[in-house]
Design a protein. Sequence first.
Length: 359
Amino acid sequence: MYTLGTHFQQLLTNIHPPQERLDIARDLPPLVRDFLKQHKEFTTLRPHSHLVGSYGQDTSVGDVKDVDFLVRVDGKPEENKPEAKQLIRDLKKVLDDLPEALGYTGCASIDIERARRSIHIYFKGHDFHLDVVPCIAPNGFEEIIYVPDRGFNKWIKSHPVGVIKLLKELNDDNGGKVRPLVKLLKHFRNYHMQTRKPKSYWLLALAIHHIRVTDDLDTTQPLAVLFHELLDAIYCQYDHLLHTSDTATPNIPDPILEHNVSWNWSRTHFETFMRRLDEGRRWSGKALNSDDKQDAIGWWQKVFGEEYFPSEVGDVASRLAEMGLPGRSLVTSSGLIVPSKSTTGIYTPVQQTTFHGET
């Protein structure tokens, strides 16, 4: 079995967002937060905002083009005060003044429109989308919050920061493999589905569910094996819906609150996703069962794309080997290998070892 550990390390590097896009995702939300914080007609409460979604979870892949951004307002969600639908209207009216306040004009202007639970801001010059989600957070962002639903005109329970914490705990408890698996699943979707894409939050929920309910899960295995098992598990969990009904779609439970987050998944979009999953699990299975390294690489390239999954990784192997050379690197108290010592902390020199490049 060729599990191609170094190839997967390069794959994760290749799908990591470019630094300039991460910088934009970091720099634009504070502009909106400060604008709202200083606005006299729309009151926000401390702490005024919080980044959530893929960026907040550190599971973004590819060219980061959007960020979910919570803005805290006062209210009583159980009484629908302020009215959910009206609150979104009020926020839209206030944010209509944002372009002028920030000095955005011409081709670098900003488009602003209402969405179901947010105000969508598009920074044209940066090709970047920001979803400003107003929320009532009675006990702060660390606990359950309430977000408005314009269609139903009520406040809906949510716990995005709880999901971020849960993901971190699962990742730490499973050898740092969970977050990479989520990234690989998102990239697989992006590469094979230009349209009819399932939402990133659904994929995250599916991955978390798999990690939590699989009794014999062994996350010491290479990412190649774990990713194949993830695709196979998701497909086998829902393939019966393809045969027992012409309209059924999965009820994907929220990782924290357990309500169905995929209630609006259309049947045709679900069927497309299942076809892609079936292809992916068959290709990854052939890659793992291949007795020829180049043949295995070819199958993984069908899964992830030839431009993302490298045929040759000599330079990567060399860098990883250099990181493990005795006398050239150190291990921190948390287990992190670093190339040099900083000013503080406890460090242990890397012991003599042999690096083979592949596992």
